[in-house]
Design a protein around this ligand. Structure first.
Ligand code: CA
Length: 226
C-alpha cells in the first residue's frame, strides 16, 4: 500500500513517515501543494494524507483538484483548525476523514488502516469531464446542461469511458465489458458505437472529448485534440 503525505512541517512529515513505514506502508512525502499534485499525477497512491496549510496554497483547493481529476483514493485531512465550518468545507471538497493537530500517531495509523480497508471509493454518482456530465443514479447524460438521449449500450460504453477517464481502453476490453465474449473478433462493433457516441456527445462542440488512440483504442479525455 502506497501513501503520499503532503505536509510542509518537516519534523512532522518525518515522524509520520517513520511510523507508517513501521506499519508496513510505503510512504512518499511532499512539502508543497504543487509537489503533491505532481506526485499524484505521476504515481498511484492508495491513500493521501493532506495538511491544509501549505506554503503555496490551501490543501482544500488541492483536494478539489485531486477530485476533479477523478482520483478516488481516500484522503485524510490534517489540520490545526477543528471548527465545524472547516470540516464541512473539506468533506464537501472530497475528504474522507479528518484529524485535528495535535494528534496521536496511534490514532492516525488506525484511521489510515480503516480508510484503506474500505478500498477505492467510487461514491460519486455524478461524473464530470469538461462540461459533460453523467449521473450514475438516473443514468442521464448532459453536455453543457443539455440532455443527451443514449441507448442502454451507448450509456454503458460512455460510463465505462468515464470510469477510466484519461486512460486508453482497447476495443477488446470494451467488447468484453459492454458486450460479451461471443462478440470476440467483432471489435468493429466498438467503432460503430463510438461513432454513435461521438455524434451525440461531441458534435457541435469545439472540445472533442472522445479520443481515438491510434492502434490502441479509445479514451475519454478533456485534452483531446482528435
Ligand atoms: Ca502546514
Amino acid at each position: 500500500m502506497r501513501i503520499l503525505a503532503i505536509e510542509d512541517e518537516e519534523r512532522l512529515l518525518g515522524i509520520l513517515s517513520r511510523s507508517l513505514k513501521a506499519e508496513g506502508f510505503s510512504v512518499d512525502g511532499a512539502g508543497t501543494a504543487q509537489e503533491g499534485l505532481e506526485q499524484i499525477k505521476l504515481s498511484h497512491y492508495d491513500l493521501v494524507i493532506l495538511d491544509l496549510q501549505l506554503p503555496d496554497g490551501s490543501g482544500t483547493s488541492l483536494l478539489r483538484q485531486i477530485r476533479q481529476q477523478q482520483r478516488k483514493m481516500p484522503v485524510l485531512v490534517l489540520t490545526a483548525r477543528g471548527d465545524i465550518e472547516s470540516k464541512v468545507e473539506n468533506f464537501e471538497a472530497g475528504a474522507d476523514d479528518y484529524l485535528t493537530k495535535p494528534f496521536a500517531l496511534a490514532e492516525l495509523t488506525i484511521r489510515v488502516q480503516a480508510l484503506l480497508r474500505r478500498g477505492p471509493l467510487i461514491q460519486e454518482n455524478v461524473l464530470k469531464v469538461d462540461n459533460l456530465e453523467l449521473n450514475r443514479l438516473t443514468r442521464q447524460v448532459r453536455r453543457g446542461g443539455k440532455r443527451i438521449e443514449l441507448s442502454p449500450k451507448e450509456y454503458s460504453l460512455l460510463e465505462y469511458l468515464f470510469l477510466h477517464t484519461g486512460r486508453t481502453l482497447s476495443r477488446s476490453m470494451i467488447v468484453e465489458r459492454i458486450w460479451d465474449q461471443s462478440f470476440e473478433g467483432l471489435t468493429n462493433i466498438v467503432d460503430v458505437y463510438i461513432g454513435h457516441l461521438r455524434h451525440k456527445v461531441d458534435e457541435g462542440f469545439d472540445t472533442k472529448l472522445i479520443r481515438t488512440v491510434r492502434g490502441l483504442g479509445y479514451s475519454l479525455d478533456p485534452h483531446s485534440k482528435s
